[in-house]
Design a protein around this ligand. Structure first.
Ligand SMILES: [Zn+2]
Length: 240
């Protein structure tokens, strides 16, 4: 995960503002599955993809218009007690993220596909729009993603649903359980990036080389960010 800054001047943002002004507009107008207006859905999704540098908002895998979908941060199921509140969020650009298909870990869903099972009972605390939270996302040498304090992989299974308790516990629960970001394949791919960087930087003594490498991962290219770039940014910053 990495911090995502919402672009209020994007085509998708403006399109949804227009849609909000039309009475009876619903998420069906832009929905992934039943869109009445494919072009609106594609415009919105393209803006989200550009904003995120073509990386899934949760796992940072590369995504494109053909395999990404729109995710609601405040899930439509979660605002069960307020129909009005639900309506406000369902076509609100600030509530949208672009995400992957969540299928890269064999038989083990992740990202919003895994979150679906939790959406009725809890809001999302590990929110990529919160820079304060994203600043504390870390990775160990085995590719494990964690929040603030390292957590043993065996401990993850014992995590409980911490809703209404401490924010830190809730964020951890989201990362490890709700979004399942430590499933085997994702963890292994992050570990491979760290290992490659370790080999590359092993004999580097000049500070400038690390800075150059770092800027490669920080820069948004025309085709977006490098896949899993935040893993490399975290590693290189630590070894500066
Ligand atoms: Zn993902």
């Amino acid at each position: 995960m990495k911090f995502i800054e919402k672009q209020r001047n994007s085509v998708g943002y403006r399109r949804l503002l227009e849609l909000q002004k039309i009475p009876d507009s619903t998420y069906d107008d832009v929905s992934n599955n039943v869109s009445k207006n494919d072009f609106i859905r594609n415009e919105v999704l393209t803006s989200l993809l550009e904003e995120q540098g073509y990386l899934c908002a949760y796992c940072m895998q590369k995504i494109s218009l053909s395999n990404a979908s729109i995710e609601h941060i405040i899930g439509q199921n979660y605002v069960k007690d307020s129909v009005e509140l639900g309506k406000q969020h369902q076509i609100n650009y600030d509530n949208f993220l672009a995400v992957c298909e969540g299928k890269s870990c064999k038989g083990n869903l992740h990202c919003d596909k895994s979150r679906a099972a939790y959406q009725k009972e809890r809001q999302l605390f590990a929110n990529p729009l919160e820079n304060r939270i994203m600043q504390n996302i870390r990775f160990n040498s085995k590719g494990l993603i964690y929040y603030k304090d390292f957590i043993k992989i065996e401990t993850i299974e014992t995590l409980n649903n911490h809703a209404d308790l401490y924010e830190d516990s809730n964020i951890r629960y989201d990362i490890h359980k709700v979004l399942n970001l430590n499933c085997q394949n994702l963890k292994a791919r992050r570990e491979a990036i760290i290992n490659a960087l370790k080999r590359l930087t092993n004999n580097w003594t000049k500070k400038g080389r690390i800075e150059t490498e770092l800027s490669k991962y920080q820069r948004k290219q025309s085709d977006g960010y490098i896949e899993f770039c935040q893993v490399a940014i975290y590693f290189l910053n630590k070894n500066r």
